[in-house]
Structures are given as C-alpha cells and as structure tokens.
Ligand binder design. Structure first.
Ligand code: GLU
Length: 294
C-alpha cells in the first residue's frame, strides 16, 4: 500500500446522508488507488464535540460498509504535536473580538471572511495594554499566523487549478485565563494529515476555499502536499446544503438498508454494496452535480 486517504468528521452530531456519502467516496477513492484509509475524529472544537457523538459516527461508518486501517486518531489527544508545529510558525497575538473583526471586515477593500490583520502591526506597548484589558476580563488572546502571502494555489482533481485567499488565520483560539484555548481546525488538519501519511484529501466542496490556507500552512511546516478531491455536496429540496433539520437523514431515523441503497443510487450504482461499487469505481464516474435529497 502506498499513501493514504481519510475521513475526518467533527463529532458535533450524527452524520447525515451528505456526510456519509462523502465518507463513502473518500473510502472508494482510497481503496481503488491502493491507498490505506484512515479515520480521524476532529474534536478540536471542545464546546461542540462529544465522545458519544464520535462513537456513534464511527459505528455509522461501519454500518454502511466502510472499514479503515489502524487506530482512529482523536485530535483531542494531539495537542503536543500542534504545540510543536505552532512553535515553528511566525505568529502574533490577536486581541480582537468577533465584533472587532466584523467591523473591520466592513472596511473598503476588505476581503470577505478574511482577517484584516488589525493586530499584526501593534506596537509592544499597545500589545501590553490590549493583553492587560483582555486579562482583566479573564481572557487570553488568539494566536494568528503572520502569513507571508495573501493567495495560494492548489490542484483539485475535480475543480482543477484553484487559487484562493490566505489570511492571518487563527492557529490557536484565545480562551479563559488558565485554560488552554482550542486549536484551530486549519492547523490541526495539516499536522494530522502529515502524521497519518495522508496524500489524498477527499471531502465536501464547502471546504475547497480552505484548501489554499491549509496547503500554504503545510508548505510553511515543510510537510508534503496532498492531492485534493472536493466532492459536490448533497442538497435539500430547497437547494440548501443538506442538514439534520431536513428531516429523516441520519441512521437514527432511517433503516441502514435504505441509507445504503440511497448512497449507492446517488453514486450511479443502484443496488450495489460498497465492496461491489469499489470494483467499478473511478473518480471520473463521480456525478459532477450536487445530488438533491428529497
Ligand atoms: N472536520 C471537518 C468537517 O467535519 C472536515 C475536515 C476535513 O475533511 O479536512 O467538516
């Protein structure tokens, strides 16, 4: 076996049909190319993650017929590795609240969704007073990357060459004094993909715009680049991204056989189990359009 693919859900609830379909595609892409397939529980968002949800997600992935290699990696156990990576990156403290960032983002020429760099050029005395203000409120600052570029280009197997914004992304969130802040998703993904030997990242195309940030971080950390495959999402009848509020869309409210049948049909292989789809699978067989669930 050479190389590896992965599925890396955030355990904030049950996997729905869209998540399960992406997991199945990731498994098919890995297995059909002789790669290992790994799972990772992305529980860096401590307020929204639960171990019980993670265990249900793993059980659901097995129930639809997926298997994986080696131990599941839990991001909550990976702080030491994130710490090492963080220490090698150029960073600065950020004292901004959500409100500050929203206000700054309204300024002319602001890139929507990107951090405008407000705290990057503060003087040492400004920093000391902002830090003291936060500390008085019981908070510690975020740590941001001092990015050296504003754009980065990746290659995606479906989207082709994709150039996107890179900003001074948060690497570690601020938190309460005396309590470690959450690690940022972008940093954790990059460190863990390298740790797990991942060279093929298959995930929903809502994350395509994050790929340039992650590829840039990987380059800064001297980690090998990955091949990206951002797959179309499953949409609800209203055209919005499928969500649990759309009704019976998880294995809690649909028989597993119905879920398996829907997944197979959505990939153009009605009636086939994952192992049988694998025999036929090639990425070019993947329908390019979002699938609508109704
Ligand atoms: N944990 C992310 C999610 O569930 C996916 C991250 C990734 O695949 O890179 O949306």
């Amino acid at each position: 076996m050479s190389g590896a693919g992965r599925y890396a859900p955030s355990p904030s609830g049950d996997l729905h049909l869209g998540n399960l379909r992406t997991a199945l595609i990731a498994w098919l892409c890995a297995r059909s190319t002789g790669r290992a397939f790994h799972l990772r529980v992305e529980d860096v968002d401590t307020a929204r993650s639960s171990a019980a949800a993670a265990e249900r997600q793993l059980a659901d992935l097995a129930a639809i017929g997926l298997d994986w290699d080696g131990e599941v990696v839990w991001q909550s156990a990976r702080s030491d590795a994130y710490e090492v990576a963080l220490a090698s990156l150029p960073t600065y403290e950020c004292y901004c609240s959500r409100r500050d960032i929203l206000d700054a983002a309204r300024a002319p020429h602001a890139i929507p969704g990107s951090y405008p760099g407000t705290c990057r050029s503060l003087s040492e005395s400004e920093r000391a007073s902002r830090r003291a203000e936060l500390a008085a409120a019981g908070r510690v600052p975020h740590l941001r990357l001092a990015a050296g570029v504003t754009r980065w280009t990746v290659h995606d197997a479906l989207a082709g060459v994709y150039e996107g914004d890179v900003d001074d992304m948060i690497l570690r969130r601020g938190g309460n004094v005396g309590q470690a802040g959450d690690w940022a998703y972008n940093l954790a993904v990059v460190v863990d993909d390298a740790y797990q030997g991942i060279d093929q990242v298959v995930r929903g195309d809502d994350l395509l715009s994050s790929a340039p940030r992650q590829a840039y971080l990987a380059a800064l950390l001297d980690l090998p680049p990955v091949e990206y495959v951002h797959v179309p999402l499953v949409l609800s009848a209203t055209g919005a991204r499928l969500a649990k509020r759309d009704g019976a869309v998880t294995l809690r409210d649909m028989p597993v056989e119905d879920v398996r049948a829907w997944l197979a049909a959505s990939l153009g292989f009605p009636g086939l189990a994952p192992a049988a789809i694998l025999e036929e699978w090639s990425l070019s067989a993947l329908p390019g359009e979002p699938v609508v669930f109704q």
